[in-house]
Design a protein around this ligand. Structure first.
Ligand SMILES: Nc1ncnc2c1ncn2[C@@H]1O[C@H](COP(=O)(O)OP(=O)(O)OP(=O)(O)O)[C@@H](O)[C@H]1O
Ligand SMILES: [Mg+2]
Length: 236
């Protein structure tokens, strides 16, 4: 028997706005994301990928259907509970990185741990280790404004991984990275997904990273149109 998936969406629906300006983003979407796998989510611009990630992370409430994450349904729960759930269980790499401009790279990463009550000194030390893993060992004291787009993106990835969340969702994590850096970040993300208790869901337009996928889920027009095994499925 299959274990309960890390993410289970059924009949998920979301429309932005209403009346003449209503824009349906998700229509009766079904999706399972399993722990121990790196699942790539692909599909044309505007098909609803970022909307889906926001609902899974509890940042956005669906209009209909259900979304269970790690066995819990977040919709309808107060924001303070959803925020606590994200803090403890979810790492999120946003399409626009969303780094805090007044904090250094190391502080941006450390925040994810400090929110869990880890002392600043310990959190910053741990943040520097994870920054080193994404090739930014020497940029911990730099402010986001002084980093390149690709470096900012790697800070965002370090921030999503630093507290070892059970679910990591990434919105185009290699969009600003050159080929070699993108491959190295994907190798690291796949390593994370090799841990049987952790699930990774990665939105991408980048065909160069398909090799890292255990599964490839294809969306169009607000729902899943294909769900297949990826090239990395049985490799080590
Ligand atoms: N805040 C918003 N208000 C109104 N419409 C929105 C909003 N966010 C997204 N949409 C619309 O919802 C649909 C899905 O958008 P979404 O951002 O989820 O797509 P996407 O698949 O992530 O696209 P991309 O690949 O370009 O990032 C699009 O038609 C978009 O215009
Ligand atoms: Mg998007």
């Amino acid at each position: 028997m299959q274990p309960t998936p890390a993410v289970r969406c059924r009949g998920l629906a979301k429309t932005y706005g209403r009346g003449d300006t209503a824009t349906p983003a998700l229509r009766a979407l079904d999706l399972d994301v399993r722990a121990g796998e790196l699942t790539l989510l692909v599909g044309p611009s505007g098909c609803g990928k970022s909307t889906l990630l926001s609902i899974i992370a509890g940042l956005l409430t669906p209009d209909g259907g259900s979304c269970e994450v790690l066995g819990q349904s977040l919709s309808g729960r107060p924001e303070v509970e959803r925020a606590a759930f994200r803090r403890d269980h979810v790492g999120f790499v946003f399409q626009g990185f969303n780094l805090l401009p007044s904090l250094t790279a190391a502080q941006n990463v450390a925040v994810a741990l400090m929110l869990q009550g880890v002392h600043e000194r310990v959190a910053v030390a741990r943040a520097r280790v994870v920054l080193g893993q994404v090739g930014l060992a020497d940029r911990g004291d730099a402010y986001p404004m002084t980093l390149s787009g690709g470096q900012q993106q790697r800070v965002a990835i370090a921030r999503a991984l630093v507290h070892s969340p059970a679910l990591v969702v990434c919105d185009e994590p290699t969009s600003a990275l050159d080929h070699a850096t993108g491959q190295s970040v994907m190798r690291q993300l796949r390593e994370v997904a090799r841990d049987a208790s952790r699930a990774l869901l990665v939105v991408t337009h980048d065909p160069r990273i398909h090799d890292y996928a255990d599964r490839i889920v294809e969306m169009d027009d607000g729902h899943v149109i294909d769900d297949r095994a990826g090239p990395a499925r049985d490799s080590t």
